[in-house]
Design a protein around this ligand. Structure first.
Ligand code: NAG
Ligand code: NAG
Ligand code: NAG
Ligand code: NAG
Ligand code: NAG
Length: 319
């Protein structure tokens, strides 16, 4: 499976994407910044290398570039988990069954979160400034990237390397099912051909407002039911399962062959799904980082877990 993943994904790599497209990752990062507390930002900005201009969003796509370098090739498989299930009949993710030797998105989130926790501690004690510890900056960039990836249903699927091996048609172009979920559905939903990388774009600004207003079929507090960075493996697995279920519910439950997915109804049916999944990534990311910074001694300060959506992060609801 892994060999197959590498072969197929390497072919795919030529077209330049293995994850929510880079600009989508950057938008998810920029959106998450809206939910970070000032304390979280001040700590994270000491962890991040200065070249990212204090921007989590700008740093959110680094992991894809790094995975494609010889030095970072070991991290390539950390971007997904190859569930051995059979959608649309049977969906599930089991850590011991599905996480490959060498790691997967679930183990990578757990590992890098633990590394990042120590980095946060070092900033607090004045022992780390100006992004001078690369391992710490990498940990932050990986966490920010993987919390995006794990919300993409096909990053929690072992079917044909997460759909990379499934040829489909989208807007008259031959592409792969994986790419359709990484980008083409999002672009079609936002009616764009790409997103800017340094500023939040209106489509994502609107998602941020909808999160603040609790304007989703599934309320935000449920997305972060597990978001305790001291239990990272458990939470990451729960997010993988949440995404994986969508492979049975939608991704593989509708016709995908020999039709144009842009116009068949498949894409429009998927719009609310990608909006929800990207919004989950945004809020989970911010909650995770706020709680990591709040730490054990000051637990309440950065906590965003509230059952009242209006009081998420102290933002007042418009309702
Ligand atoms: C960071 O900010 C500087 C100064 O505003 C700018 O010249 C540079 O292009 C920015 N870097 C990125 C990656 O946006
Ligand atoms: C955890 O991360 C470190 C640093 O990136 C890496 O060297 C190590 O192999 C990782 N361990 C696992 C189990 O992923
Ligand atoms: C696909 O091609 C057909 C025929 O060439 C054209 O009419 C249609 O507008 C194209 N659709 C898209 C989404 O580009
Ligand atoms: C999508 O964008 C195009 C070009 O910017 C514009 O002409 C069109 O009206 C837009 N469609 C929708 C549904 O907003
Ligand atoms: C951002 O976009 C600009 C212009 O397209 C590009 O030159 C730059 O490399 C991008 N930066 C990142 C971090 O993706």
């Amino acid at each position: 499976m892994l060999l197959q993943s590498i072969v197929i994904a390497s072919a795919f790599l030529a077209s330049g994407s293995i994850a929510w497209n880079k600009d989508v990752h950057q938008q998810i990062g920029h959106s998450a910044e809206h939910f970070l507390t000032p304390t979280t930002k001040s700590i994270l900005y000491q962890i991040l290398e200065p070249k990212y201009n204090n921007s989590i969003g700008l740093a959110a796509a680094w992991a894809d570039d790094y995975a494609h370098t010889p030095e970072g090739a070991f991290s390539y498989q950390w971007h997904w988990i190859d569930s051995a299930d059979e959608p649309p009949h049977y969906c599930n993710v089991y850590y011991h069954r599905d996480c490959s030797e060498g790691g997967c998105v679930v183990s990578a989130i757990a590992n890098q979160t633990q590394i990042l926790r120590n980095c946060v501690h070092r900033v607090k004690s004045g022992d780390l400034v100006d992004g001078e510890d690369l391992q710490c900056s990498y940990a932050l960039k990986w966490v920010v990237h993987f919390l995006g990836d794990i919300a993409q249903p096909l990053h929690a699927s072992g079917v044909a390397a997460g759909g990379n091996g499934i040829k489909v048609i989208f807007a008259n172009q031959t592409t792969e099912l994986h790419a359709v979920w990484d980008a083409w559905i999002v672009y079609a939903d936002a009616n764009v051909t790409s997103f800017p990388n340094t500023t939040i774009q209106p489509f994502f600004k609107h998602l941020v407002s909808r999160i603040q207003e609790d304007d989703f079929s599934i309320p935000p507090f449920e997305w972060i039911a597990c978001s305790d960075p001291s239990r990272p493996l458990e939470c990451a697995l729960s997010w993988a399962r949440d995404s994986n279920a969508l492979n049975c519910d939608y991704v593989f439950a509708h016709a995908i062959n020999d039709i144009d997915l842009a116009t068949s109804g498949y894409a429009t049916g998927a719009f609310p799904i990608v909006e929800l999944q990207m919004s989950k990534a945004i809020l989970r990311m911010a909650t995770w980082l706020n709680r990591l910074v709040a730490g054990d001694h000051d637990r309440e300060a950065g906590v965003v877990l509230q059952t009242e959506p209006g009081s998420l992060l102290g933002l007042s609801s418009k309702e």
